[in-house]
Design a protein around this ligand. Structure first.
Ligand SMILES: Cc1ncc(COP(=O)(O)O)c(C=O)c1O
Length: 322
């Protein structure tokens, strides 16, 4: 059989997506970060994990992405609870307690002199040998990065995203439950690559039944006739912390919100659509697979949701500076 022909070139996206790695801002560009690594605060140049760490070798570990606003960490307890749940599910014992983790996280922010930003908290299985058996890994490693992040341009946050449905299905719970926020994100990365190649801002991921699960790192919501709908966790959606904030805001706004299976058709004919995620925050979607959603502009419920979300992020959370 003939060898498949290789063009040698990576296919280019037709349209430049709104997520542009060049535009992701990071404190690292201007100042060296201080990283928490296994009980110590070290300069980022010295923040290194072993090539034998199973987090690197096998994606064996768990993580959280957490935001802080106006000197307060938003929904910290919920993030830590999910971290511990993810770890328990994969039989990973986090080597420090919740109080110590909280203090390490707050101190990392303080040492980087930040009031607004994004935290990446990672627990890896730790150093083992080249076999995948986790019993070889004697001590999990914990590291915390506090920096700044802006996933989308200001303009896109106002005008809304375009999404495409990707062929890559969300991992089924029987293979690897998507409720576990593990270091194994290749499923999401493959979906993200599809969005990039299609020139879209995000990829809509379906589950094995063909229903909408979520996007690559965000939960999906649609609005029809004044009511909000979102896929249930059983459809393959992560139990997003921002998702639960959207439920709280909907209750405050007096808008009914229902967890139900959603098809692509439901997205196409929705009046409004938005995504939620810690990094993405609450962001409108105005086009899906070439179909304009509603009138092609962020809808009124979405705009109210974003407004209230911004208020909550500024007013609530765990104080960083006491
Ligand atoms: C796959 C996936 N879905 C949804 C979300 C949104 O969850 P959260 O609002 O907790 O950030 C994330 C981000 O953590 C994610 O990685």
């Amino acid at each position: 059989m003939d060898e498949p022909k290789r063009s040698g070139a990576t296919p280019k996206a037709a349209v430049k997506p709104a997520i542009d790695s060049d535009s992701i801002s990071s404190k690292a560009e201007t100042k060296e970060l201080t990283i928490y690594l296994d009980g110590k605060f070290v300069p980022e140049a010295d923040a290194k994990v072993s090539v034998f760490d199973h987090g690197l070798l096998y994606g064996d570990g768990v993580f959280e992405g957490i935001r802080f606003y106006n000197g307060r960490v938003f929904r910290l307890e919920e993030h830590l609870e999910r971290l511990w749940d993810s770890a328990r599910s994969i039989c990973l014992e986090i080597p420090i307690g919740c109080a110590e983790m909280t203090e390490a996280l707050l101190e990392t922010i303080r040492r980087n002199d930040l009031r607004e930003g994004y935290i990446r908290l990672v627990v890896t299985r730790g150093v083992g040998n080249l076999g995948l058996n986790p019993t070889q890994c004697k001590r999990p490693s914990v590291f915390i990065i506090a920096t700044t992040i802006a996933l989308y341009s200001k303009e896109v946050c106002e005008t809304g995203l375009t999404v495409v449905t990707c062929a890559t299905r969300r991992t089924g719970a029987a293979a690897l439950n998507p409720a576990v926020k593990s270091l194994n994100y290749l499923n999401n990365v493959m979906a993200r690559i599809e969005a990039n190649l299609a020139g879209a801002d995000e990829a809509l991921m379906l589950n094995d039944a063909g229903n909408v699960a979520e996007c690559t790192a965000d939960n999906v919501f649609i609005i029809k006739r004044g009511q909000i709908f979102t896929p249930p966790i059983a459809a393959g959606a992560l139990r997003g912390i921002t998702r639960s904030v959207a439920f709280d805001i909907a209750a405050e706004l007096g808008v009914k919100i229902t967890e139900t299976d959603i098809t692509r058709h439901d997205v196409f004919v929705a009046d409004e659509c938005f995504l939620t995620g810690t990094a993405a925050e609450v962001i409108p979607v105005v086009k899906a697979d070439g179909r304009v959603i509603g009138n092609g502009k962020p809808g009124s419920i979405t705009v109210r949701m974003i407004g209230r979300f911004r208020e909550m992020t500024r007013e609530t959370g765990t104080p960083i500076f006491g």
